[in-house]
Design a protein around this ligand. Sequence first.
Ligand SMILES: NC(=O)C1=CN([C@@H]2O[C@H](COP(=O)(O)OP(=O)(O)OC[C@H]3O[C@@H](n4cnc5c(N)ncnc54)[C@H](OP(=O)(O)O)[C@@H]3O)[C@@H](O)[C@H]2O)C=CC1
Ligand SMILES: O=C(CO)COP(=O)(O)O
Ligand SMILES: [Zn+2]
Length: 352
Amino acid sequence: MFEKSTWIRLPRNVVMGHDVLADVGAVIADTHLTGRPLIVTSPTPKSVAGEPIVDQLEADGLDPLLTIVETANFQAVERVIETARSADVSYLLGVGGGKAIDIAKMAADDLGVDFISVPTAASHDGIVSGRGSVPDGDTRHSVAAAPPIAVIADTNVIAEAPWELTTAGCADIISNYTAVKDWQLANRLQNVEYSEYAGALSQMTAEMLVDRADSIKPGLEESAWLVVKALVSSGVAMSIAGSSRPASGAEHLFSHQLDRIAPGAALHGHQVGVGAIMIEYLHSGEKGAWHDVRDALERIDAPTTADELGVSAEDVVDALTSAHEIRDRYTILGGGISEEAAIQVATTTGVI
Ligand SMILES: NC(=O)C1=CN([C@@H]2O[C@H](COP(=O)(O)OP(=O)(O)OC[C@H]3O[C@@H](n4cnc5c(N)ncnc54)[C@H](OP(=O)(O)O)[C@@H]3O)[C@@H](O)[C@H]2O)C=CC1
Ligand SMILES: O=C(CO)COP(=O)(O)O
Ligand SMILES: [Zn+2]
């Protein structure tokens, strides 16, 4: 008897392009959301987009509330939940980078209300996904959360964001190569369920971005458009898989460990990019595709070395040797990499 079933949750509206921030009210109306909105944002995105959205919604006769998230952690999720409950909020908007969007989507999931994703930077591929990712003590949780009912990505706002945020988003996409290889390996060695569609979509997204790398330039709205499209596509792959597997393998474990070892040193996307160079080396050896991963990162101006990330050689080796410990996710790191092997991979690839 056939007993397999799946539930793929995708956004109903993906609105992207020039000045679409002005359409927030229209999107809310189209999705039939009623009641009081809570805008969850972080300090810089607050002035770039949070406050203009408040002004727009007030002019539409709504009564929006705004709250600021400084750091992505479970306490922040709890605070947003309390704020929403005490102010009788009906739905949430996450306005900002990955931090604000993750916290808003996790709080919305707990509250059982809808959530709209308004990225102000093309810095990560969680803008569409139904996953939240937050550190918790010595570990990190990738948890199921409410996928956005709508995504509003204003390419004008995103093109004006600092260039390194866009290169971080590109690197997060380039890391899909190793994430998919790790997923396939886990399928072969551990019988982990693998989705051909999600894996192919994730890989194709990385290939399309790399093919267009030379046309991705600072300050260009066309570039913001290309990168946002790729981030949406990668998020859809995660939604199809029902996990972050298509976009998160050992290179992400390495980055999550760096977050603990050298907090705030570099952007998520940049860390996973450097991780992808080394993890590709572990998959395919010295003559393998790690050169291509490194070249693709260089072409989009993303870091390829520990120095460029602002971390030490010891930090890289620590993060590599402990990456397998933080999550029950089988990758090429298996039961762990020795210190000697970590030094060798990081040295051969020029990361340290
Ligand atoms: N759920 C998922 O599937 C995924 C989740 N993630 C998560 O997302 C986070 C990484 O995302 P990232 O966006 O790098 O992190 P942040 O949200 O911390 O944003 C990075 C920086 O960009 C700033 N910023 C955002 N928008 C603008 C803008 N328009 N102009 C100027 N500055 C801006 C932020 O300012 P400020 O400091 O003022 O907030 C912050 O300093 C991690 O926590 C990661 O785990 C990443 C990928 C997928
Ligand atoms: O960053 C992500 C995908 O790019 C999410 O992955 P995690 O589940 O490892 O946090
Ligand atoms: Zn990522």
